[in-house]
Design a protein around this ligand. Structure first.
Ligand code: C2E
Ligand code: MG
Ligand code: MG
Ligand code: MG
Length: 296
């Protein structure tokens, strides 16, 4: 009867919750060993400048080689590390390791790294950045910190103060995943960004969804007006690449240019198909890519 079913559902719900909590606790416990046991690794994904057709920077993306579970992606463990505060120590590792790679392996390229809102608000964050850069000997202008809108929503004044100090050090600031979440256009005029990264969901939809293409065009124009570079994330095929190039986007990043890879397999050259697609566009009659017109 209904009463029994209700009770069963309740029990299932509880045991389901228990699993999730247990899995989180287990991850949290394993995370505390991960740093000392050297289980993290940075992968690097290239970013191509569309006016030079060259890879000019790389984004550092963390990976965790879990001793039993194998490779774990950041989407799975970063939230756990944020909730426990472990992200602060992990963030320091990312900073040190990214700068080490920038000063040894990718000598002439820029490097960008992701900063969690929790790390951003840690009281030592700016000092840590300053010290890491000084120790590395890398010019601060070669380093870009990517933050998301979540970082900005809580305490505007404090966030602005932190960003201002970072700008004084000379690092660049990018607004990551722009257009999703708590997007507010006013962030763009209130905070000193050097770069806007358009979230990959708009790029994926750009051919099928007229609205997504319109948003991309608008962000490119906004970026130009505000003197910020515009980078499109998640570019997976040449059609999207050409569409973005035609719209005046400054840079592209995505599996088409190169997947994130460990340092010893770093993507250094753009793929031939990318070069050919851009050449065809330049020399062989322009193909204009449009989104399908909206049906009403
Ligand atoms: P993000 O900063 O927006 O990074 C881009 C994500 O999109 C990466 O996932 C990358 O592998 C993926 N990606 C790149 N090109 C393509 C493409 O063409 N198609 C598709 N479908 N995906 C693409 P990843 O490495 O799993 O990282 C996920 C998120 O985890 C990152 O999103 C970032 O928010 C966070 N993250 C990664 N590394 C770090 C880190 O060192 N510190 C912190 N705090 N967060 C990190
Ligand atoms: Mg990022
Ligand atoms: Mg992103
Ligand atoms: Mg993201």
């Amino acid at each position: 009867n209904a009463k029994n079913r209700g009770r069963n559902t309740y029990c299932l719900f509880l045991s389901g919750m228990g699993d999730e909590v247990r899995q989180r606790r287990a991850l949290e416990k394993d995370l505390s060993a991960a740093l000392s046991e050297d289980q993290f690794e940075l992968y690097f994904q290239p970013r191509m400048n569309l006016s030079t057709c060259r890879i000019e920077s790389y984004e550092a993306l963390i990976r965790w080689h879990h001793p039993e579970q194998g490779l774990i992606n950041p989407a799975e463990f970063i939230p756990v590390a944020e909730a426990s505060g472990q992200i602060v120590a992990i963030g320091k590792y990312v900073l040190a390791e990214a700068l080490r790679v920038a000063s040894t392996t990718i000598l002439s390229s820029n490097i960008s790294l992701n900063v969690s809102p929790v790390q951003f608000r840690d009281r030592d964050f700016v000092d840590d950045v300053q010290r890491a850069i000084a120790n590395s000997g890398i010019p601060a202008e070669r380093i870009e910190l990517e933050i998301t809108e979540t970082t900005l929503i809580e305490d505007d004044a404090r966030a602005l103060a932190i960003l201002t100090r970072l700008k004084e050090i000379g690092v660049k600031i990018a607004l990551d995943d722009f257009g999703v979440g708590y997007s507010s256009l006013s962030y763009l005029s209130r905070f000193p960004f050097d770069c806007i990264k358009i979230d990959r969901s708009f790029v994926h939809e750009a051919r099928r969804n007229y609205g997504s293409l319109a948003i991309i065009e608008t962000v490119v124009r906004l970026g130009k007006a505000l003197n910020m570079r515009v980078v499109a994330e998640g570019v997976e095929d040449t059609e999207k690449l050409l569409l973005l190039a035609q719209r005046g986007c400054h840079e592209v990043q995505g599996f088409l240019i190169g997947r994130p890879a460990p340092v010893n397999r770093l993507v250094r050259e753009i793929p031939v198909e990318v070069q050919e697609a851009l050449d065809t566009q330049k020399f062989g009659g322009l193909q204009i890519f449009e989104a399908e017109t909206p049906k009403d």
